[in-house]
Design a protein around this ligand. Structure first.
Ligand SMILES: [Zn+2]
Ligand SMILES: [Zn+2]
Length: 362
């Protein structure tokens, strides 16, 4: 089956801004939300398709690929297929958090009320890594220092001394409190125990009752060759620890490639601007140009044909950045820059004048 156009799915123009895109997605997500459309598999399918469209179009790299190549551009794992509706929620917690407001969450719609004592997956962590052009091109192993809160081990994240808790006095251990409002009785999460139904006999001394402590650790990261600025590496299970036996979250590492003196990077192509003298371009020459290689001093010989003009490009095929999927490399594009000398000797001046005069007759 053909995939629908992502822009059409979200009913936005191809020039849509990030803010408009987010708003369009929120509107769609609210309209199609499963809690509002119970037992409607079509709405659920469309809800997932919208999430997929938003995941692609909100990522500048994926959006560019999609704009240029359509769905085929995302074939290498770019498009997130949302198999399970729960995936959609975990992917976009920030957006859904905005929509449904603080504390209300999805449970507010009644279908999936969260048990506050159930195992909870740890939060994802986002961090950044700076890489040299060479490391980004060929891949590297690096280490990242992380500092983040994690559940206090002394009290197992409960905030209670020795993990000893007793039933919450406010809600009688139910985790919910009832409040009459007109003809209705509203049930809300107990503000005293945040729905846990328990409270500490006394606060944990290690974390002062917060249940969290600051943790520092070092994470080893294997960076694959070919990554570029803005791309994120996902390290499964390297996020914050889960609580009450829940699995840990994931770590997302966003790559930043440092500028390089010799090369500018454009996708998988590299641009180098060799400086050539006027006689070299006029007569033709062989010049040495640097190569991006695991060997720092690698060079190759570039033939500059006679009559090459300033700004003309000479391409060395396959000397660019290795592609992420391992299929070949981009090109090295040499943009010829003709150097004009700032100082000349008397002899050089005489030669240039003679040369100039020789052009007059032609
Ligand atoms: Zn309570
Ligand atoms: Zn503690």
């Amino acid at each position: 089956m053909d995939k629908p156009d992502y822009y059409e799915v979200l009913e936005v123009s191809r020039e849509v801004s990030a803010a408009e895109l987010k708003k369009a997605y929120r509107d769609k997500a609210l309209e199609l939300h499963p809690d509002r459309n119970p037992n409607d598999p079509q709405a659920e399918e469309r809800f997932k398709t919208c999430a997929e469209a938003y995941a692609v179009l909100s990522d500048p790299n994926k959006r560019q690929l999609y704009d240029r190549f359509g769905h085929a551009g995302l074939a290498g794992g770019g498009a997130p297929g949302f198999g399970d509706i729960g995936d959609v929620f975990s992917q976009f917690q920030d957006i859904f958090g905005d929509i449904f407001g603080g504390g209300f969450g999805f449970g507010g719609f009644g279908r999936r009320r969260r048990d506050p004592n159930a195992p909870t997956r740890g939060a994802d962590i986002r961090t950044d890594v700076s890489l040299s052009l060479r490391d980004a091109a060929f891949g590297t192993k690096t280490e990242i220092d992380l500092s983040h809160p994690s559940p206090c081990e002394a009290c197992h994240g409960t905030g209670a001394e020795g993990g000893v808790v007793e039933g919450c006095a406010t809600c009688g251990g139910r985790g919910q409190v009832a409040r009459a409002q007109g003809a209705f009785v509203m049930t809300t999460t107990c503000p005293a125990c945040h729905g846990r139904g328990t409270q500490a006999k006394s606060a944990c001394g290690q974390c002062k009752g917060s249940g969290q402590v600051d943790t520092e650790r070092v994470v080893k990261v294997n960076v694959p060759g070919g990554v570029d600025t803005g791309q994120s590496l996902r390290l499964t299970g390297q996020g914050q620890a889960g609580s009450r036996g829940g699995p840990p979250g994931d770590l997302y590492v966003t790559v930043h490639v440092e500028p390089d003196e010799r090369f500018e990077r454009e996708g998988f192509d590299l641009i180098h601007r060799p400086s050539v003298t006027y006689p070299q371009v006029a007569l033709g020459a062989k010049i040495e140009v640097p190569l991006l290689d695991e060997d720092e001093d690698a060079t190759t010989t570039l033939k500059v044909p006679a009559g090459t003009q300033p700004g003309e490009t000479l391409v060395i095929r396959g000397a660019g950045v290795p592609r992420l999927n391992g299929r070949g490399r981009g090109n090295l594009i040499c943009v010829v820059d003709v150097a004009v000398p700032r100082k000349l000797s008397r002899e050089q001046k005489r030669l240039l004048k003679d040369l100039d005069e020789s052009f007059d007759g032609s």
